[in-house]
Design a protein around this ligand. Structure first.
Ligand code: RFL
Length: 394
């Protein structure tokens, strides 16, 4: 079998690429290790930046999001028993959209498979990439039902198989640099069957550690609690979680938290990596396969979409018109935004975690950093711009 483009991974990155290629009538196939049902249900991100909303809309992929997402225009920091609200919508004229990742992925799968007639093969195993440095790369995999081995010849491979995929590993050592950063902290990521307890995202900065509150839907709220890296989620009983959330998110005049059953409870070890360049021969990495950004500033899915749209346009230009400029500039263009977002996450991490670092000097500087946007309008505007992501390209 032959297809111009093989896409490995049906997450936001792979599906966005597939949709744009289908709209341009470029032949492609998406190979996904999980079933369609699993991919459509995996809870993760929920914050989409305005430029990404516009980019989805321009590609005919924003209908579900625009109909159902909540538009947010402010966030709130709580520290020293006080509430400080940052109206980023007023400061920049731009917003965040809260739309759970499973809903976006469901929209993208439906559009790709059911509307645009795209070829997606779910449940495939043992994906292997070959000949990436030649003009005739190929991808092989095992079929879920028959156990038969299949081979796909192609012109380009899109490695969009996330942090634990095989694409990144197909780049030989010495052909790409992997820059890593470990925050040395954990976050207990929680999903509660409880309505949000605020109309906006809330960040609690407390000597016991960071706590976060993020609406996901009228019925479900995501919470985070800073914890030691590698901590066992079983150490966090229902009562311990809610009493720690109440403590770390306490502030004068704050409405009480609405408790609910915890339907997800996992510890994330907060770390980042960046693969440079994001290409190797005819392999183009996109999304978490190329760069992981700890969920400190809710950037990961946005970066995945940014890569995907750049890459899809570049592939169409190359395959339709023989124009390679987009593919040649792909890695540099993505990495500018990637490093910008990594830097902001690192900056914000100190705001969140400095108070609990056990070091009075760090606690002092973190507190100064935290207060600055609430005392200087210029600092507030700078924060808002980075929090929302630059609108530069879309
Ligand atoms: P994905 O979504 O991981 O999709 C990769 C797909 O590839 C499949 N796969 C394979 N398929 C075939 N063969 C193989 N060998 C394969 N190996 C893997 C996988 O099954 C999967 O379907 O990567 P993609 O598309 O790059 O998208 C990245 C985003 O999912 C990720 O950055 C975000 O979820 C990060 N993130 C957040 N990002 C935001 O922008 N805003 C947020 O609010 C936000 N919150 C979060 C997050 C990530 C979290 N976790 C779980 C780390 C909150 C959490 C808790």
């Amino acid at each position: 079998e032959r297809r111009p483009v093989v896409i490995v991974g049906a997450g936001p990155a792979g599906l966005a690429v597939g949709n744009v290629l289908r709209a341009a009538s470029v032949g492609c196939v998406v190979l996904e290790a999980e079933s369609r049902a699993v991919v459509e249900r995996r809870p993760r991100a929920g914050v989409v930046e305005e430029w990404a909303v516009r980019a989805l809309e321009q590609r005919g992929l924003g209908e579900g999001l625009l109909a159902r997402a909540q538009r947010h225009s402010a966030c709130e920091f709580r520290f020293a028993g006080e509430r400080h609200r940052l109206e980023y919508g007023e400061l920049t004229g731009r917003h965040h959209w809260v739309y759970p990742q499973p809903l976006l992925v469901t929209d993208l799968v439906r559009e790709y498979v059911d509307v645009r007639g795209g070829d997606a093969r779910f449940g495939v195993r043992d994906v292997e990439l070959r000949g990436l440095e030649t003009d005739r790369p190929s991808v092989s995999y095992t079929c879920p039902d028959t156990g038969e081995r299949r081979l796909l010849h192609c012109d380009f491979v899109v490695g969009a198989d996330g942090a634990r995929g095989v694409s990144r590993a197909a780049v030989p050592a010495g052909r790409a640099r992997i820059a890593r950063h470990d925050y040395g902290i954990g976050w207990l990521a929680l999903l509660a069957e409880a309505p949000p307890s605020s109309d906006c995202v809330v960040f609690g900065v407390h000597p016991n550690g960071f706590a976060g509150h993020m609406a996901r839907s009228p019925e479900v709220t995501r919470y985070y609690l800073q914890c030691p890296p590698g901590d066992d989620p079983e150490n966090w009983s229902h009562d311990r979680v809610w009493s720690e959330l109440r403590l770390r998110l306490a502030a004068e005049g704050a409405p009480p938290l609405t408790e609910g059953r915890l339907v997800e409870k996992r510890v994330l070890d907060m770390h980042d990596y960046v693969v440079e360049p994001m290409t190797y021969g005819r392999l183009f990495l996109a999304g978490d396969a190329a760069h992981l950004v700890a969920p400190i500033a809710a950037k990961g899915m946005n970066l995945a979409l940014h890569d995907a749209f750049l890459l899809a346009d570049a592939l169409v230009a190359c395959l339709d018109a023989g124009d390679r400029a987009g593919l040649d500039g792909y890695s540099d263009a993505c990495l500018r935004r990637v490093w910008d977002y990594q830097e902001f996450s690192q900056w914000l991490s100190e705001v969140y975690h400095g108070a609990a670092a056990g070091d009075p000097f760090r606690a002092g500087t973190a507190s100064a950093r935290l207060r600055r946007p609430f005392t200087s309008p210029v600092a507030a505007a700078a924060f808002a711009e980075q929090y929302l992501g630059t609108a530069e390209r879309y």
